[in-house]
Design a protein around this ligand. Structure first.
Ligand SMILES: CC(C)(COP(=O)(O)OP(=O)(O)OC[C@H]1O[C@@H](n2cnc3c(N)ncnc32)[C@H](O)[C@@H]1OP(=O)(O)O)[C@@H](O)C(=O)NCCC(=O)NCCS
Length: 182
């Protein structure tokens, strides 16, 4: 599939975001069945079924609470992961940022930092949200670094909130307020 700049909804320097499509789910299906990728996530606790994923995706996009994007490298025009805003509350005006790079050779290249900064800009300046937040397993150093680099503040620790790899892990939650409103 050939992609041009006009296919992108949000444009960064090295990556761009386009609305996630059902046809992108096969890639995600493969990543979620890769135990290296899901080692510190809730995802990957059971095999993923593509048919069920398609149904869940249709429900999510029909709901006003979720906005999902595929992450594309601008050089290779390759889909390397997905990200979005989830469980948006339009009264309290907040939503959860989630991100996932499934192509392991694209880790540690600054892509997620760029993705999350595009999502923050979108959430505050287009959707008029007041707050975004996110969470990670306390050992997910990459995710924690992304939140800290982008000046999220720590909101709290959920003690032993995640069981994986034969052990309980703490979870950490981060938030960011729309400073222009304060
Ligand atoms: C965790 C994850 C999102 C990080 O994405 P990424 O694109 O590699 O992140 P970035 O390149 O923007 O990295 C930001 C910083 O974290 C560092 N970092 C990233 N992964 C790291 C790791 N595994 N260990 C140590 N540092 C790491 C980077 O070096 C960079 O630091 P720097 O700016 O000081 O040099 C990605 O590895 C991923 O999606 N993993 C699988 C799924 C997952 O865990 N999703 C997140 C759920 S909360």
């Amino acid at each position: 599939m050939l992609m041009n700049n006009q296919d992108f909804f949000l444009n960064g320097e090295k990556i761009a975001l386009k609305g996630l499509e059902e046809s992108d789910l096969e890639l995600i299906h493969n990543w979620l069945n890769d135990s290296d990728v899901t080692r510190l996530l809730f995802q990957g606790d059971r095999p993923k079924n593509l048919g069920v994923m398609k149904e869940e995706f249709q429900n999510r996009i029909k709901s006003n609470e979720n906005i999902e994007f595929a992450i594309i490298t601008k050089n290779e025009k390759k889909i390397i992961g997905w990200a979005g805003l989830y469980e948006i509350n339009w009264i309290s005006r907040n939503g959860e940022i989630r991100f996932f790079i499934g192509e392991k050779e694209f880790w540690k290249k600054g892509h997620t930092t760029e993705v999350v900064s595009l999502l923050i800009e979108y959430a505050f300046n287009k959707l008029n949200l007041h707050k975004v937040w996110g969470g990670a397993n306390i050992e997910n150093v990459g995710s924690i670094r992304v939140f800290e680099k982008l000046k999220f503040f720590e909101e709290g620790i959920i003690k032993e909130g995640h069981f994986r790899n034969g052990q309980y892990y703490d979870l950490i939650r981060y938030g960011l307020l729309n400073k222009k409103e304060n």
